[in-house]
Design a protein around this ligand. Structure first.
Ligand code: ZN
Ligand code: ZN
Length: 134
């Protein structure tokens, strides 16, 4: 199967994963908003057997949200979100933005839209620029 590479911004943490994802979850829950500092988290789920670390595992720090099955793994050098293993150790959860090539995903799903902040609604109506505006 075709694999795709991913890494954190500084390159300390790197991995490769099978580029066949069933779903991309765009999660607007309160925890994902705070963990990302943004409107939603973009997470892909893949079977643990289709995932391999290439380097930098010793640079990863994990924060577990108390009493929830939500955690955040990040590079301690640059702070980028990196993949982590789910609660029953069957899937890797891969932040879509950490992948460096086009992602082959069958379906995109938005979840917890009831918790989405107002400033992140109706984005198609927000003035858009291809790069930084003049
Ligand atoms: Zn890094
Ligand atoms: Zn969430």
């Amino acid at each position: 199967m075709k694999k795709i590479k991913g890494n954190c911004l500084c390159g300390a943490v790197s991995f490769e994963v099978i580029n066949t994802f069933e779903k991309l979850f765009l999660c607007s829950c309160d925890q994902c908003r705070q963990i990302t500092g943004s409107a939603f988290a973009s997470n892909l789920f893949v079977d643990i057997n289709g995932f391999d670390w290439c380097g930098g595992v010793d640079k990863i720090v994990k924060y577990q949200v108390p009493e929830r099955d939500i955690s955040k793994s990040f590079c301690q050098v640059c702070g980028s979100g990196v993949p982590w293993i789910n609660g029953d150790a069957t899937k890797m959860i891969v932040p879509a933005g950490s992948l460096s090539a086009p992602v082959d995903v069958a379906e995109r799903v938005r979840i917890f839209t009831a918790e989405q902040p107002l400033w992140a609604s109706d984005l198609e109506q927000v003035c858009a620029h291809a790069a930084f505006p003049d």
